[in-house]
Design a protein around this ligand. Sequence first.
Ligand code: ROI
Length: 162
Amino acid sequence: MQTLVCAYIGLGSNLQNPAEQIQSARVAIAALVGIEERGFSSLYHSAPMGPQDQPDYVNAVMAVATDLPPIDLLRVLQGIENHQGRVRAERWGARTLDLDIVLYGDEVINLPDLIVPHVGLTERAFVLYPLNEIAPQLIIPNRGKLVDLLDNCPLAGLTRLA
Ligand code: ROI
């Protein structure tokens, strides 16, 4: 690998054994060419944000070092989502696996298919708290210090799984 960027990936699942979906995704991501795992948070249990008529989620955040450009990273992550049975039906509906590029180094990206930092980041306890576990010093482009974002983001029932 040449120039490596540290990226953070949010993982979420609320169907078909969510904890196993997250673990399988971790293994699949770490096995990708051009990606090295650098950290992985605990698994967290969270109530659904959005439509409430769906199961609770398991969430986690993974740190990787990568030489893949952001759009290539997005495509390989979408490949893993599809491989794990992701069906794109209702917006904000239940899913076997959701992989979001939360941060890509300190880059701000505004492409039709990819916005980084992730749009909902500051409201999402299920992203901010796991992120804080593995990267407490982070400063998020256009949003400021992670610690300050946490102060303004209620836990909303988020719990760490044993
Ligand atoms: N809610 C929770 N708790 N966790 C998620 O990962 C998640 N992902 C989503 C929506 C549907 C917005 N709600 C979520 O995409």
